[in-house]
Ligand binder design. Structure first.
Ligand code: CTP
Ligand code: MG
Length: 246
Protein backbone atom coordinates (compact mmCIF):
# COMPACT_ATOMS: atom_id res chain seq x y z
CA UNK A 1 0.00 0.00 0.00
CA UNK A 2 1.49 3.35 -0.91
CA UNK A 3 1.05 6.65 0.89
CA UNK A 4 0.39 10.15 -0.44
CA UNK A 5 0.52 13.34 1.59
CA UNK A 6 -1.31 16.62 0.98
CA UNK A 7 0.20 19.53 2.93
CA UNK A 8 -2.10 22.54 3.06
CA UNK A 9 -0.17 25.79 2.81
CA UNK A 10 -2.54 28.05 0.83
CA UNK A 11 -3.73 30.17 3.76
CA UNK A 12 -2.67 33.78 4.22
CA UNK A 13 -1.92 33.65 7.94
CA UNK A 14 -4.13 36.61 8.83
CA UNK A 15 -4.03 35.91 12.57
CA UNK A 16 -0.24 35.53 12.55
CA UNK A 17 0.06 38.92 10.87
CA UNK A 18 3.42 38.27 9.18
CA UNK A 19 4.37 39.90 5.88
CA UNK A 20 4.47 36.53 4.10
CA UNK A 21 2.15 33.54 3.74
CA UNK A 22 2.26 31.66 7.08
CA UNK A 23 3.80 28.53 5.53
CA UNK A 24 6.87 30.53 4.43
CA UNK A 25 7.41 32.29 7.76
CA UNK A 26 10.85 31.38 9.09
CA UNK A 27 11.88 30.10 12.49
CA UNK A 28 15.63 29.70 13.09
CA UNK A 29 16.21 29.93 9.34
CA UNK A 30 13.65 27.25 8.48
CA UNK A 31 10.19 27.76 6.98
CA UNK A 32 7.11 26.18 8.55
CA UNK A 33 6.51 24.37 5.25
CA UNK A 34 10.12 23.11 5.12
CA UNK A 35 9.89 21.76 8.66
CA UNK A 36 6.60 19.97 7.91
CA UNK A 37 8.02 18.60 4.66
CA UNK A 38 11.20 17.33 6.32
CA UNK A 39 9.16 15.20 8.71
CA UNK A 40 6.88 14.05 5.88
CA UNK A 41 9.70 13.00 3.52
CA UNK A 42 10.97 10.63 6.22
CA UNK A 43 7.82 8.45 5.84
CA UNK A 44 8.23 4.96 4.41
CA UNK A 45 6.50 3.95 1.14
CA UNK A 46 5.77 7.53 0.14
CA UNK A 47 4.43 7.93 -3.42
CA UNK A 48 4.26 11.72 -3.59
CA UNK A 49 3.57 14.95 -1.75
CA UNK A 50 1.22 17.70 -2.91
CA UNK A 51 1.53 21.18 -1.38
CA UNK A 52 -1.40 23.60 -1.74
CA UNK A 53 -0.21 27.19 -2.28
CA UNK A 54 -1.90 30.59 -2.57
CA UNK A 55 -3.02 30.78 -6.23
CA UNK A 56 -0.21 32.21 -8.37
CA UNK A 57 2.49 31.40 -5.77
CA UNK A 58 3.12 27.80 -6.85
CA UNK A 59 6.49 28.50 -8.53
CA UNK A 60 7.62 30.74 -5.69
CA UNK A 61 6.77 28.03 -3.13
CA UNK A 62 8.59 25.41 -5.23
CA UNK A 63 11.70 27.64 -5.34
CA UNK A 64 11.68 28.23 -1.60
CA UNK A 65 11.39 24.48 -0.95
CA UNK A 66 14.14 23.68 -3.49
CA UNK A 67 16.52 26.03 -1.69
CA UNK A 68 15.65 24.56 1.72
CA UNK A 69 15.82 20.88 0.70
CA UNK A 70 19.59 20.54 1.38
CA UNK A 71 18.92 21.60 4.99
CA UNK A 72 16.27 18.95 5.51
CA UNK A 73 18.64 16.02 5.92
CA UNK A 74 16.26 13.71 4.02
CA UNK A 75 16.55 12.54 0.42
CA UNK A 76 13.98 13.92 -2.02
CA UNK A 77 12.91 10.44 -2.99
CA UNK A 78 9.43 11.33 -4.23
CA UNK A 79 7.68 13.80 -6.50
CA UNK A 80 6.79 17.11 -4.91
CA UNK A 81 3.85 18.90 -6.54
CA UNK A 82 2.72 22.48 -5.93
CA UNK A 83 -0.92 23.32 -6.75
CA UNK A 84 -3.14 26.36 -6.25
CA UNK A 85 -5.36 26.11 -3.17
CA UNK A 86 -8.99 27.26 -2.94
CA UNK A 87 -11.18 29.70 -1.03
CA UNK A 88 -11.14 27.56 2.14
CA UNK A 89 -8.91 24.91 3.66
CA UNK A 90 -11.51 22.35 2.56
CA UNK A 91 -11.33 23.57 -1.06
CA UNK A 92 -7.52 23.49 -0.91
CA UNK A 93 -7.57 19.87 0.26
CA UNK A 94 -9.92 19.00 -2.63
CA UNK A 95 -7.46 20.60 -5.08
CA UNK A 96 -4.65 18.59 -3.49
CA UNK A 97 -6.62 15.34 -3.73
CA UNK A 98 -7.40 16.01 -7.41
CA UNK A 99 -3.65 16.30 -8.01
CA UNK A 100 -2.95 13.06 -6.10
CA UNK A 101 -5.47 11.25 -8.32
CA UNK A 102 -4.03 12.78 -11.50
CA UNK A 103 -0.54 11.66 -10.41
CA UNK A 104 -1.75 8.04 -10.17
CA UNK A 105 -3.17 7.76 -6.64
CA UNK A 106 -5.44 4.72 -6.34
CA UNK A 107 -8.63 4.47 -4.23
CA UNK A 108 -6.96 1.90 -1.94
CA UNK A 109 -3.89 4.08 -1.26
CA UNK A 110 -3.44 5.85 2.07
CA UNK A 111 -3.54 9.64 2.07
CA UNK A 112 -2.45 11.90 4.92
CA UNK A 113 -3.88 15.41 5.06
CA UNK A 114 -1.45 17.65 6.89
CA UNK A 115 -1.06 21.40 7.57
CA UNK A 116 2.17 23.34 7.12
CA UNK A 117 0.96 25.24 10.19
CA UNK A 118 1.59 22.09 12.31
CA UNK A 119 5.24 22.20 11.32
CA UNK A 120 6.66 19.91 14.01
CA UNK A 121 4.17 17.00 13.78
CA UNK A 122 6.62 14.08 14.06
CA UNK A 123 7.15 11.28 11.53
CA UNK A 124 6.32 8.65 14.16
CA UNK A 125 2.82 10.15 14.48
CA UNK A 126 2.43 9.84 10.68
CA UNK A 127 3.66 6.22 10.85
CA UNK A 128 1.05 5.39 13.51
CA UNK A 129 -1.73 6.99 11.45
CA UNK A 130 -0.78 5.08 8.30
CA UNK A 131 -0.59 1.85 10.29
CA UNK A 132 -4.13 2.35 11.62
CA UNK A 133 -5.46 2.70 8.05
CA UNK A 134 -3.46 -0.32 6.89
CA UNK A 135 -5.09 -2.24 9.75
CA UNK A 136 -8.56 -1.40 8.41
CA UNK A 137 -9.70 2.06 9.50
CA UNK A 138 -11.18 4.35 6.81
CA UNK A 139 -10.33 7.54 8.68
CA UNK A 140 -7.97 8.13 11.62
CA UNK A 141 -7.11 11.30 13.51
CA UNK A 142 -4.69 12.20 16.31
CA UNK A 143 -6.48 13.45 19.42
CA UNK A 144 -5.20 15.00 22.63
CA UNK A 145 -7.05 14.83 25.93
CA UNK A 146 -8.52 18.11 27.18
CA UNK A 147 -7.40 19.33 30.59
CA UNK A 148 -9.47 22.52 30.77
CA UNK A 149 -13.21 22.51 31.40
CA UNK A 150 -14.87 23.39 28.08
CA UNK A 151 -18.08 25.42 27.97
CA UNK A 152 -20.48 25.58 25.06
CA UNK A 153 -21.97 29.07 24.83
CA UNK A 154 -24.83 30.83 23.11
CA UNK A 155 -24.05 34.32 21.77
CA UNK A 156 -26.87 36.88 21.58
CA UNK A 157 -27.23 39.71 19.07
CA UNK A 158 -25.11 42.01 21.28
CA UNK A 159 -22.28 39.47 21.48
CA UNK A 160 -23.11 38.58 25.11
CA UNK A 161 -22.21 34.98 25.88
CA UNK A 162 -24.14 32.56 28.11
CA UNK A 163 -23.08 29.02 28.98
CA UNK A 164 -25.50 26.44 27.62
CA UNK A 165 -23.57 23.21 28.26
CA UNK A 166 -20.50 21.75 29.97
CA UNK A 167 -19.55 18.62 28.02
CA UNK A 168 -17.85 15.86 30.02
CA UNK A 169 -14.18 16.48 29.25
CA UNK A 170 -13.29 12.81 29.62
CA UNK A 171 -14.91 12.42 26.20
CA UNK A 172 -13.42 15.52 24.53
CA UNK A 173 -10.31 15.47 22.33
CA UNK A 174 -8.38 18.22 20.57
CA UNK A 175 -8.22 17.12 16.91
CA UNK A 176 -4.84 17.50 15.19
CA UNK A 177 -3.37 16.83 11.76
CA UNK A 178 -2.07 14.88 9.94
CA UNK A 179 -5.30 12.92 9.50
CA UNK A 180 -5.16 9.64 7.56
CA UNK A 181 -7.71 8.20 5.13
CA UNK A 182 -8.18 5.72 2.35
CA UNK A 183 -7.90 7.88 -0.76
CA UNK A 184 -11.11 6.61 -2.44
CA UNK A 185 -13.55 7.33 0.42
CA UNK A 186 -11.88 10.68 1.20
CA UNK A 187 -12.10 11.81 -2.41
CA UNK A 188 -15.79 10.78 -2.48
CA UNK A 189 -16.51 12.68 0.77
CA UNK A 190 -14.84 15.82 -0.61
CA UNK A 191 -16.68 15.56 -3.93
CA UNK A 192 -20.03 15.24 -2.10
CA UNK A 193 -19.29 18.23 0.18
CA UNK A 194 -17.59 20.47 -2.42
CA UNK A 195 -20.35 23.13 -2.22
CA UNK A 196 -19.50 23.79 1.44
CA UNK A 197 -15.91 24.60 0.51
CA UNK A 198 -16.72 27.81 -1.34
CA UNK A 199 -16.34 29.93 1.83
CA UNK A 200 -14.41 29.43 5.07
CA UNK A 201 -17.70 30.01 7.03
CA UNK A 202 -19.46 26.98 5.53
CA UNK A 203 -16.39 24.78 4.99
CA UNK A 204 -15.46 21.83 7.18
CA UNK A 205 -12.49 22.84 9.38
CA UNK A 206 -10.97 19.39 9.15
CA UNK A 207 -11.34 16.43 6.80
CA UNK A 208 -12.55 14.00 9.45
CA UNK A 209 -15.70 16.18 9.83
CA UNK A 210 -16.77 14.83 6.44
CA UNK A 211 -16.73 11.25 7.78
CA UNK A 212 -18.66 9.03 10.19
CA UNK A 213 -16.88 6.48 12.38
CA UNK A 214 -13.51 8.20 12.61
CA UNK A 215 -10.90 6.40 14.74
CA UNK A 216 -8.78 8.38 17.21
CA UNK A 217 -5.19 7.59 18.19
CA UNK A 218 -3.04 9.49 20.71
CA UNK A 219 -1.85 12.80 19.26
CA UNK A 220 1.45 14.59 19.84
CA UNK A 221 2.13 17.81 21.77
CA UNK A 222 4.55 18.68 18.92
CA UNK A 223 1.68 18.70 16.41
CA UNK A 224 0.31 22.00 17.74
CA UNK A 225 -0.87 24.57 15.18
CA UNK A 226 0.81 27.91 14.65
CA UNK A 227 -2.01 30.46 14.51
CA UNK A 228 -0.84 33.50 16.52
CA UNK A 229 2.53 35.22 17.13
CA UNK A 230 2.61 33.51 20.54
CA UNK A 231 2.40 30.10 18.82
CA UNK A 232 5.41 31.09 16.71
CA UNK A 233 7.40 31.82 19.88
CA UNK A 234 6.39 28.38 21.21
CA UNK A 235 7.49 26.82 17.91
CA UNK A 236 10.93 28.44 18.21
CA UNK A 237 11.33 26.93 21.70
CA UNK A 238 10.02 23.50 20.66
CA UNK A 239 12.29 23.44 17.57
CA UNK A 240 15.34 24.20 19.69
CA UNK A 241 14.36 21.33 22.01
CA UNK A 242 13.83 18.74 19.25
CA UNK A 243 17.05 19.82 17.49
CA UNK A 244 19.10 19.65 20.69
CA UNK A 245 17.25 17.48 23.23
CA UNK A 246 20.07 17.87 25.83
N1 CTP B 1 -5.17 26.65 4.24
C1 CTP B 1 -5.24 26.34 2.87
N2 CTP B 1 -6.14 26.98 2.07
C2 CTP B 1 -6.97 27.92 2.56
C3 CTP B 1 -6.93 28.25 3.93
C4 CTP B 1 -6.01 27.59 4.77
O1 CTP B 1 -4.46 25.50 2.40
N3 CTP B 1 -7.80 28.53 1.74
C5 CTP B 1 -4.19 25.98 5.10
C6 CTP B 1 -3.22 26.92 5.81
O2 CTP B 1 -2.14 27.27 4.94
C7 CTP B 1 -2.80 26.15 7.03
C8 CTP B 1 -4.02 25.24 7.30
O3 CTP B 1 -4.86 25.30 6.14
O4 CTP B 1 -1.66 25.33 6.79
C9 CTP B 1 -4.78 25.64 8.54
O5 CTP B 1 -5.36 26.92 8.36
P1 CTP B 1 -5.13 28.17 9.33
O6 CTP B 1 -4.34 27.79 10.51
O7 CTP B 1 -6.44 28.85 9.49
O8 CTP B 1 -4.11 29.07 8.43
P2 CTP B 1 -4.44 30.41 7.65
O9 CTP B 1 -5.77 30.31 6.97
O10 CTP B 1 -3.24 30.69 6.81
O11 CTP B 1 -4.48 31.47 8.84
P3 CTP B 1 -5.64 32.59 9.14
O12 CTP B 1 -6.93 31.83 9.26
O13 CTP B 1 -5.19 33.24 10.40
O14 CTP B 1 -5.62 33.52 7.96
MG1 MG C 1 -7.57 30.08 8.16
Amino acid sequence: MSTWVVITAAGSGTRLGANAPKALVEVSGRTLLGLALERTLDLADLSGVVVTCPAGSEDMFANVVDKELPRMGVPRQVGLHFVAGGASRQASVKAGLDKVVSEGGEPADVVLIHDAARALAPTDLMDRLVEAVVEGALAVIPGLAVTDTIKQVAVDEHGVETVVATPDRRFLRVAQTPQAFLLGPLWDAHAAAADRGSTEETAATDDASLFEGVAVIPGSPLAFKVTTPEDLTNLTTALAQVSDPA
